[in-house]
Design a protein around this ligand. Sequence first.
Ligand SMILES: Cc1cc2nc3c(=O)[nH]c(=O)nc-3n(C[C@H](O)[C@H](O)[C@H](O)COP(=O)(O)O)c2cc1C
Length: 170
Amino acid sequence: MTDHIPPVDAAAFRAAMRLPATAVTVIATGEGDARQGLTASAVCSLSDAPPMILACINRNSKVLPAIRANGCFSANFLTEAQSAVAARFAGMTKVYGAERFAGGAWSRLATGAPVLEDALSVFDCHLDCEHDSPTHAILIGRVAAIRQDDSARSLVYTSGTFSYPAALSA
Ligand SMILES: Cc1cc2nc3c(=O)[nH]c(=O)nc-3n(C[C@H](O)[C@H](O)[C@H](O)COP(=O)(O)O)c2cc1C
């Protein structure tokens, strides 16, 4: 029945996938000059008991070996006021490594991973395990500490643009 459907190529996949709005996080790990972080939208809840999240990180990212070495990472969901942080950690301003952290105020909670002040929700995680895909590592994080700002609004990414849901702006 489905023989006539052509295979999905990468451009068609990207065109469809860029439409749905996603939350935007910064994944961060390390201390001082060894800090590493990147902007990631492939981050979501896995379970609430035990509290676990998953994050998909490109195999070429410098953040991945740092997370493995440290055994921990934070997932910092950004607010509408933090699109510049998102751009910085996505490499759009051509800064790398610890220099990316100059664009915000950072502290620590339970694991020692850097956590972003004024983020929407912060999940401070021990690295529980890792699964393989051809291009990305799927990291499972065991949540050791949480922080949130109930008064803030979520930054989202849709159609190649940082935005926030209009329904939340009323
Ligand atoms: C909105 C947005 C979402 C992204 N989501 C991811 C993601 O989920 N996983 C990932 O590995 N890279 C993601 N990226 C790309 C990384 O942020 C980017 O490649 C970054 O420069 C990687 O850092 P590195 O060069 O230090 O490894 C995303 C970029 C943007 C703009």
